[in-house]
Design a binder for this molecule. Structure first.
Ligand SMILES: Nc1nc2c(c(=O)[nH]1)N(C=O)[C@@H](CNc1ccc(C(=O)N[C@@H](CCC(=O)O)C(=O)O)cc1)CN2
Ligand SMILES: Nc1ncnc2c1ncn2[C@@H]1O[C@H](COP(=O)(O)OP(=O)(O)OP(=O)(O)O)[C@@H](O)[C@H]1O
Length: 185
């Protein structure tokens, strides 16, 4: 194991514990309001959200509100080492369990998002991000950015902040960070 991998693993473990302690219905509701404030200027653009797992902050109410304006997709794992696809989601659409326990739409209708709500384990104020370690969002943002402009919005509880995360060249930065305390980047 490289030093960097060990550092990432340690930062991930510490942030998991802080995320678990932060998770609450009140904080989810506050985060929803903050997220909607940042999403509304992007009305009508193709948007990617996610179906929350474990103690992730829940973007679903904000996704449901934005669905009135444009297409919404949620991440689907196609293969290890491959970018994610985003399949179209609508409030109330039929879902099934995908890899790692996240729900995915039964009907597979790919969309290419211009705005991506990115789940995460830890972030720093410079836009650094740690996920579950699969590199899925890094590969996905790399591909989307090669195609055109993308706004990557890290969505998290404020307590998931870390100072100076260890980052690799393949780590794709977040353009914005939104928490229950508002926009932090
Ligand atoms: N809500 C949500 N959906 C998402 C993601 C996400 O981060 N959040 N993903 C973002 O990529 C993809 C799922 N990726 C994941 C990758 C790994 C693990 C996970 O639990 N990993 C284990 C270790 C796995 C192993 O190596 O055996 C762990 O962390 O304990 C979970 C999700 C697609 N959908
Ligand atoms: N674009 C890429 N091409 C090749 N390898 C990559 C790419 N992006 C990331 N990786 C590799 O994937 C592995 C996991 O990356 P990392 O630890 O940054 O995942 P993560 O950001 O925590 O997870 P995720 O993005 O799935 O939430 C690392 O070994 C990294 O080098």
């Amino acid at each position: 194991m490289t030093d960097l991998t060990a550092l990432k693993t340690a930062a991930r473990q510490a942030a998991f514990a802080r995320r678990k302690a932060a998770k609450s219905p009140a904080r989810d509701a506050e985060a929803t309001q903050a997220l909607l404030t940042e999403l509304l200027p992007h009305k009508g653009r193709a948007l990617a959200g996610y179906m929350h797992i474990r103690t992730e902050v829940d973007p679903l109410p904000a996704m449901a509100a934005m669905a009135a304006w444009g297409p919404i997709g949620v991440p689907v794992i196609i293969a290890q080492g491959a970018p994610l696809e985003f399949h179209q989601w609508q409030p109330g659409c039929t879902m099934v369990e995908g890899a790692f326990g996240a729900q995915i739409p039964v009907e597979a209708k790919p969309i290419v998002p211009e705005v991506v709500i990115v789940p995460l384990v830890a972030f720093d104020r410079k836009g650094g991000r740690l996920g579950y370690g699969g590199g899925f969002y890094d590969r996905t943002l790399e591909r989307l950015r090669a195609r055109g402009p993308v706004t990557a919005i890290g969505f998290a509880f404020a307590d998931q902040e870390a100072s100076d995360l260890p980052l690799e060249p393949t780590d794709q930065p977040l353009d914005m960070i939104v928490t229950e305390r508002g926009r932090l980047l």
